[in-house]
Each structure stands twice: as C-alpha cells, then as structure tokens.
Write a protein of this length. Structure first.
Length: 280
C-alpha cells in the first residue's frame, strides 16, 4: 500500500465532499424561518413597528411617483433600497442572517436581548505572530456563536452583523449586537428549530480537527473508516498501489482512537449512512 500525503488540496476535497453529505442530511430545519421571524418581532416596540410601516409606505409612494411605467405591484423595499457607495438608502439595517450567542450559564433575564458592549469574539491565536488574543470582555465561559440564515431579509433598527477576524488562525468570527439565548426554554427552542444547522456546524468542526491531525490518507481512514466515502477515487487508487519498501520509522506508533471519541465517530457515520440511503 502506497503512502498518500494529506495535502492541502486533498484536505479541502474531503472536507467539501463531507460537507455536501451533511447538508443533504441536515438541511431541513422545520419551522426555523417562522421561529426566527417571531424572535425578531420580539425586539420591536409598538412605536418602532408603526415607524417602519409608515417609512415603507412613504417609500412605496415615492417609488410609484418616480417610476410610473413600472409594475407597482412588484414594489419591494429590498430592491428599492439599493446600495450606493457602500451604504444603503435606508435608515434601517437589512439583515439576511440572525446571529446568536447561546449559553444557558448566562442569566435567564438576558435571554432574547441584544448583547451590549463591544463586538463579541472568542480567544484566538494570531496567525502572524502565534500570540493568543483574549476573548472579548463580554465573553462568558460556555458561549458559542450561532448564525442562522433567513429566506427573506428583515429590517432592524439596531446594527446586527458578523465579520471574520482575518488575523486569527482558522475561521474566527466577531459579532456586533448578537442576540443572547440563555433561558432554558429559549435554549431548547433554538436547539430544536436549528437542530440541523447545529449538527452541521459540530460535524464540520470535528472533521476539520480530524483532517488537521492526519498527515496521511491512511491515518485518516484508520481513524474514521466511513470517511472513505468523502475521499476522491483517484486518491484511493493511488493509496492501494504497490508501495516501494521504506525504512522503518522510529516515531511513536500512531493511535487512531486518540483523535476522535467513539460518540463523535458514531454521529459522523450516521450522517454518511443517511446520505447514502437518501441517494438510493
């Protein structure tokens, strides 16, 4: 058996194939959109709702006056408020994703409120100098960020956004005014409605950890045999070619069970199996 190095290209292709399987299995977040809309409405006071209603009505009237030859029935605020030089012609923020910080260890009274203070982020290692940057002041042990996409954009008065910290090693995001989820009932609700998204995020983290810890394709498959379905066929063919005898290694023996716990393997195996059954 020939040794196939776990190159960056191979890691990326395995990760991409596994991600496709995940989305096939977990893409259905039943009731999620209605749940997200109900949460957003929770943040509007009666006055804010009326202001937004009046605001949109005025702009629709203006649209009709400026565009008499267009089909007025197709008026859409998200089309009308176009981007100009980096800013939108709107006093509200168009939001296409809702960002949460979920942590049952936070006070229940904070649940479904905007987080105050500066942008939230976890601690991270700077990829340029390997120094560890501490978490933001508003970070609490047990926090984890969750971003859920909306089918249709919504408007918020508050700024509500996320951005990637480019100096961080790996993909680390910071969140501006995320929504806190901390009470038992709210944590249960979001875990129920967003179960698919949460499982996708967990599995993506797990396979990244596995790929980072395997220097060869054989080690990857020894650790997770079901991962064979995510490996491009040409790499499998290359691995099973007759190898040239090599000098015995003096390095410690590789232990595949030290990378992924059994329960993690079972969850990943389940995703692969379900994906294959859905293909049939």
């Amino acid at each position: 058996m020939a040794s196939v190095r776990m190159s960056g290209e191979l890691r990326n292709r395995i990760y991409s194939n596994f991600k496709k399987q995940l989305y096939k299995v977990y893409e259905n977040n039943s009731g999620l959109q209605d749940y997200l809309k109900s949460i957003v409405k929770y943040f509007y006071s009666v006055e804010e709702r009326q202001i937004m209603k009046d605001y949109l009505e005025v702009h629709e009237r203006l649209f009709r006056m400026k565009n008499p030859n267009k089909n007025h029935e197709e008026f859409s605020p998200k089309k009308y408020f176009q981007t100009s030089y980096g800013s939108r012609h709107s006093d509200f923020n168009w939001v296409r994703q809702v960002h949460f910080i979920v942590n049952p260890n936070r006070p229940a009274t904070e649940s479904l409120t905007f987080m105050t203070g500066g942008d939230w982020h976890e601690s991270y290692t700077n990829q340029y100098d390997d120094k560890v940057s501490p978490a933001s002041d508003n970070y609490v042990d047990g926090d984890f960020g969750l971003t859920l996409k909306l089918d249709e954009p919504i408007q918020l008065v508050q700024q509500h956004d996320s951005s990637q910290i480019w100096s961080a090693s790996g993909k680390v995001k910071s969140y501006t005014n995320p929504i806190i989820v901390s009470s038992d009932i709210d944590v249960d609700n979001i875990e129920n409605f967003a179960e698919g998204t949460i499982k996708i995020n967990e599995s993506k983290t797990q396979i990244k950890h596995l790929l980072d810890n395997c220097t060869t394709l054989k080690r990857f498959l020894d650790t997770w045999p079901a991962g064979k379905d995510s490996v491009p066929q040409e790499y499998l063919d290359k691995m099973f070619e007759t190898a040239t005898p090599a000098t015995p290694s003096t390095l410690p023996k590789f232990d595949p069970n030290a990378i992924l716990p059994d329960e993690v393997k079972e969850q990943m195996n389940s995703a692969v199996l379900t994906s294959k059954l859905m293909e049939g």
